[in-house]
Write a protein that binds this ligand. Structure first.
Ligand code: ADP
Ligand code: MG
Length: 252
């Protein structure tokens, strides 16, 4: 059973069709890179999959949890709020702009949701947070606030924060696009390490070398549809579709 799946997902904003029938299944341990030109619907797909937006039509499930099911007319009907709440603890999301609480320390940023939302014991969460701080290369930063950190460090805090919830799948939306190349390296390194540990991940990225190295599967989205998908080496090295070829040629 896939960790997460969407089927025939559709979304429009004010008459503009942004998702025009997306079907995507992510298996346990799989790393999927989503690439494509700006405006193609990548962020909207992630926002719909992580319940920040609702689908107009289609199905969405997390394992055995049916989040949205289309009715006879195709309209997406969402599950009750208790199911949505359960669903929210199955995934983590890392944005381009970190979205940390500016007045909380690094530790508090990481421990807040597991303690307050998941109601886990504070001591256990604290210990897990210290492990994650070390894993993210942030030892010594525990009591700092975000503005005392570099952008790369802040992004690694936001990855630690997402991992502290023990998600089954992590979504990243262009996690390095706000960072200088030298800060990008550290963030990509921790994502590579997570991939080596078989963390299930969906990563929207414009870093083609990273996608080639880390992703099991690459999905090329343009104009609200999946134009092409397949093993990273095939899609990036020998694309079948002209639109994919043209996009990759522009990436340099
Ligand atoms: P990508 O992440 O691939 O660059 P997006 O999903 O951000 O693409 O955007 C796809 C299209 O949807 C764009 O034309 C964008 O302007 C539009 N869009 C995204 N979010 C909204 C919104 N909340 N309201 C109106 N239009 C939106
Ligand atoms: Mg985007």
């Amino acid at each position: 059973m896939p960790v997460v799946s969407v089927r025939d997902a559709r979304k429009a904003f004010g008459g503009a069709d942004v998702l025009r029938g997306i079907t995507l299944e992510v298996e346990r341990g799989e790393v999927v890179a989503v690439i494509g030109p700006s405006g193609g619907g990548k962020s909207t797909l992630l926002r719909c999959m992580t319940l920040l937006e609702t689908l107009d039509a289609g199905d969405l499930s997390y394992g055995d949890l049916a989040v949205a099911r289309q009715d006879g007319s195709g309209k997406a009907i969402y599950a009750r709020s208790d199911v949505l709440k359960q669903t929210r603890s199955r995934f983590g999301l890392v944005f381009q702009n970190y979205n940390l609480f500016p007045h909380y320390t690094v530790m508090r940023n990481i421990t807040d949701a597991p303690v307050r939302v998941q109601k886990r014991p504070a001591a256990e969460v604290e210990q897990r947070a210290r492990e994650l701080v070390a894993k993210m290369g942030l030892k010594g930063c525990e009591d700092k606030v975000p503005c005392q950190l570099s952008g790369g460090q802040q992004q690694r805090v936001s990855i630690a924060r997402a991992l502290a919830m023990d998600p089954e799948v992590l979504f990243f939306d262009e996690p390095t696009s706000a960072l200088d190349p030298e800060l990008t390296t550290g963030v990509l390194r921790v994502i590579r390490e997570l991939a080596a540990e078989h963390m299930t991940m969906v990563v929207v990225t414009h870093e083609m070398d990273f996608a080639r190295d880390v992703a099991d599967r690459v999905v090329f989205m343009d104009g609200g549809v999946i134009v092409e998908e397949g093993p990273a080496a095939q899609v990036l090295g020998d694309p079948r579709e002209e639109r994919t070829r043209a996009f990759l040629a522009r990436q340099g």
